[in-house]
Each structure stands twice: as C-alpha cells, then as structure tokens.
Design a protein around this ligand. Structure first.
Ligand SMILES: Cc1ncc(COP(=O)(O)O)c(C=O)c1O
Length: 371
C-alpha cells in the first residue's frame, strides 16, 4: 500500500483534553477579565454567563441549575456524591474505569452499606433493566475508556423515587440527553467543546435541590463540596459565584467555545458533527477486516470516544499509535491505560470530519507497516 499523501490538518484525536474547535485562536479570546477579581461585577457577569448560556444552549428545563465547580468533571461528580448520597440505597453502574472509580469511592471511601454494584466488562454494558429506581443511581452516560454509552434514557422512569446522578462528561453537547430523567449531570469543558480542564460543570435538577435542602450527610464535607448554607441552597453558586477562585482565562475560553457551538447550530449542530465523524470510522471498520469496535452492539457505540480493537498483539498496537504520532497524523490515540489494548479516536464536535477522512488511510497504511 502506498503511503497516503494527505495528512489530517489537525492530528489531535485525544479523548481529553480534546481538540480545540476549528478556527480557534487564543489571541481572539475576550480577555477583559484577566487580572480582575472573579467577584468583580465583570468577573461575576462572565461566570454567570457560563451558567446561563450553558442552560440556554443545552435547552435545560425550567428549574435546572448550572454551576461552575472546582476540579473538573471529577470535582463535580464527587461533590454530587458526597453531598447527596446516603439517604437511600444506591445502585452503582460501571462498565469501564471511570464508572468503576465512582463505585470505589462510594463503597470504600463513603463506605455506604446499602450500595449495590452493577458492573460489566469493557465492550459490554450492564443490564439496565436490573436498576432499582427506588434507589439512587450513579452512572456514566458515555464510558470514555471503552466507547460504550447508554443507548438512550428510556430505561429511566419519570416516576423514579431515587435520584439519577450521571457523569456525562464525554456526552454533553455530543449526545441527546433526556434532562427530565437526570437529576444531576456533570461534565468538563475539556471534552466535547474542546475547552480547558480544571473546572467542572454541575447541573442540578429540582429533585436534587430538594434533596440538598432536606438532607445533611453524616460525614464531614470539605469547603469545596459545600452547596448549602444553613440548610438552604447557595443560589449564588448557580449564578457564577464560585466557591473558590477559577481561572478567568479558562472562563474566556469556555465562553468562546459556547459561541462556536451556537455558530454550528447549537447542540443539534455539535451532535450532528459528532455523528458524522463516527460515520467515517464506521465506514472504515465496515470495509476493513482487522479492526472492530470494542462496543459489542451498535446501539451502545459511542460517537465521541470511539474505541477500536485490532487483530494485533498489544506491543504492535502500541507501535502503530507511536508510528502515527511520529508521522504527525494522529496524536494520543492509544487506548486508556486500564482499557484493553486498542486505539481510541475522539470523534467529538471539535474534530473535523475531513481530518478523520484523512486519518483512515494512514491507519490502513500504518497497520501494514507494523504487521
Ligand atoms: C467518564 C469520565 N469521567 C470522569 C473523567 C475525569 O474527568 P476530569 O479529568 O475532567 O475530572 C473522565 C475523563 O476523561 C471521563 O471520561
């Protein structure tokens, strides 16, 4: 096979931090708040816009609140679990390493006795019909390290008794989310919109707020997890009054990413871009005998963190990823450290379809060199 002559313009296919949006230019960010207090009226206005613009663009139902919180998606998930869990039994769902991390936290750190774990291996998903919605439920919408997502929200009843706490960091802005079925949703700027790490987004539905205002967990809560004061929700947090100091540079970067999202048709546009990206990989896989999706069923196939298995031993898969990096055609496509050997290609909205189209022949070429 001939060495392909066209390279992706942007070879960034990492699953986080993900590629910057097409046309991104750090010099064009609105940096008016740099060097100013985040509690100045300008700082608060911009942080407030991170919350209100997110709610508007995502089309959140009335009564849903959005906060910028510390420590990226992990911070947002931990904050939710430590603040909300403990009243009811909890079902912990996991089918890859991030979901498993939340299971560990609930069982070994929070030490909840009434915690039930529903787990599946890489490529599979748990039997969603087994979930007990009289319990609280913690799950990951898209398992970033296995490329396995929940197909939809049909398995979540509107009339549930417990809360649903959903880590959707590699899904928000790329997959349709049934907001009314999700009481807590978390994500990070560094994923689908190609923003920066460090800050988490915490979305709370009314039922989560009701829980916060009616229940105080028996364990100590660090200051950076605290969302209530005197049993009342700290409403300021959901208007941009962050608990501690955020990076105003990252805030500017996120607001720029939101504007870009609008420019491509809002969340419908970013979802469509991601699906079109997945289609490029699907077509390649369909035509290529030595590669397949790690996700066992198409309905659970991620359209962001696309994980692929190859008929090569682990050292050769690693060599392939290295070769493509050295050629400058694909960076960071090796599978996650705890996942089975393979490659993972980010197909979120900030990746250009033309770059994936350019990458596929290189994959085929690289495979032949390595094999
Ligand atoms: C599903 C999932 N949860 C949590 C995280 C951790 O995110 P962060 O590093 O933004 O805290 C990631 C990161 O890739 C993830 O994919």
């Amino acid at each position: 096979m001939n060495r392909p002559d066209r390279k992706p313009q942007t070879p960034n296919f990492s699953s986080g931090p993900c590629a910057k949006r097409p046309g991104y230019d750090v010099a064009k960010l609105d940096l008016s708040a740099l060097g100013r207090s985040h509690r100045s009226s300008l700082g608060k206005k911009l942080l407030g816009a991170c919350c209100s613009e997110t709610a508007r663009i995502l089309g959140l139902p009335a009564g849903y609140r959005v906060a910028v919180v510390p420590a990226s998606d992990t911070g947002a998930v931990e904050m939710a679990m430590w603040s909300l869990l403990g009243v009811r039994p909890v079902d912990m769902l996991a089918w890859e390493s991030f979901g498993s991390g939340w299971v560990t936290d609930v069982m070994k750190q929070l030490k909840l006795k009434d915690a039930r774990k529903l787990e599946a291996g890489y490529g599979d998903i748990v039997d969603l019909a087994q979930v007990d919605f009289s319990h609280d439920v913690v799950f990951t919408w898209n398992g970033t390290t296995s490329g396995v997502r929940v197909p939809n929200g049909d398995w979540i009843p509107d009339s549930r008794e417990g809360l649903t706490i959903c880590d959707a960091t590699s899904a928000v802005f790329a997959m349709e989310l049934p907001w009314n079925k999700l009481d807590v949703v978390t994500y990070s700027w560094q994923k689908v919109l190609g923003g920066e790490g460090g800050h988490g987004m915490l979305i709370l539905g009314p039922r989560a707020v009701e829980r916060l205002e009616s229940y105080a967990p028996p364990w100590p809560l660090p200051k950076i997890f605290r969302m209530t004061s005197g049993g009342k929700l700290n409403e300021g947090l959901f208007k941009g009054e962050t608990i501690n100091t955020p990076s105003m540079l990252c805030v500017a970067d996120y607001l720029d990413a939101l504007q870009w999202c609008e420019s491509v048709g809002g969340v419908k546009g970013t979802i469509a871009r991601s699906q079109a990206n997945l289609k490029v990989v699907e077509d390649f896989v369909a035509a290529t005998p030595w590669i397949d999706f790690l996700a066992k069923t198409p309905a659970t196939r991620s359209n962001t963190s696309v994980c692929l298995s190859l008929d090569l031993p682990e050292d050769k898969v690693k060599a392939l990823a290295k070769l493509l990096e050295a050629e400058g055609v694909a960076y960071d496509i090796g599978s996650y450290k705890d996942a089975p050997p393979g490659i993972r290609i980010w197909c979120g909205a900030t990746v250009e379809r033309s770059d994936l189209e350019a990458l596929m022949p290189w994959l085929a070429w690289g495979y032949e060199q390595i094999k």
